[in-house]
Design a protein. Structure first.
Length: 213
């Protein structure tokens, strides 16, 4: 049985839950982080000294794996449980997927986080308009880049859904879920079509259909 710790309101936890569902894994999720606390307890810090979610505990004995870092968890679950389907075996295909996953963490998430936090988590009276503007300014060209990439392929790495679609699918879910009262996003038809396809997957239920909080 796979154990996942983390609140579903976290983009990084959503990646892991979606991945586990996509792989048809039997798993249990324990609330942690945010209003649930838990992350500062000695037991949790022994699993993740960063006091952050998500964390997983998978397997037993010599096969047991405890991991933090959401994209690493997605890679690990796909490598261990997808029999090469979501974790490409051929090196050129694998590193194509790896590249997009790192781009999500290092580039897209860094750009998009500000607008999400300000518009969704910060009360209107306390919002930092400059932080919102900077985040929108940094994020829109990245979605435009993604849109151009998806113009010639159904999924990020070609014809097949791979592990790379999970972190960026979660980014699209968060950006597309920004309050329409505050933000009108440009048309990105290829990203919209890709996101609609991701959302229709059985494995994405309870993740890509969630309202932001
Ligand atoms: N790079 C880490 C970042 C983890 C992270 O920032 N987690 C946030 C939630 S998205 C967190 O734990 N915040 C503190 C909390 O929820 O208590 C990952 O991808 O797993």
């Amino acid at each position: 049985m796979l154990n996942i710790w983390g609140r579903i309101s976290s983009i990084n936890v959503r990646k892991v839950v979606w991945c586990a569902q996509e792989l048809g894994l039997d798993f249990q999720r324990t609330e942690a982080g945010g209003k649930f606390g838990v992350v500062q307890t000695p037991e949790y810090l022994a699993l993740n000294p960063n006091a952050m979610v998500p964390v997983i505990d998978d397997g037993e004995g010599a096969e047991r794996v405890v991991l933090w870092e959401s994209n690493v968890i997605v890679r690990y679950l796909c490598a261990r449980h997808s029999h090469g389907k979501l974790y490409p075996i051929d090196l050129p295909a694998r590193f194509d997927a790896e590249r997009w996953m790192d781009w999500q963490q290092t580039t897209m998430n860094k750009a998009s986080g500000g607008a999400f936090v300000q518009w969704v988590r910060v009360p209107a009276a306390e919002r930092n308009d400059a932080a919102i503007a900077a985040s929108v300014h940094a994020t829109e060209p990245l979605f435009a880049l993604l849109d151009a990439h998806l113009a010639t392929r159904p999924f990020l790495c070609g014809d097949q859904f791979t592990m790379a679609d999970i972190p960026l699918g979660c980014e699209a879910h968060r950006w597309f879920g920004l309050p329409a009262t505050e933000y009108t996003r440009p048309a990105w038809p290829n990203v919209e079509r890709w996101f609609a396809d991701l959302k229709a997957r059985a494995g994405a239920r309870g993740v890509l259909d969630l309202a932001l909080e």
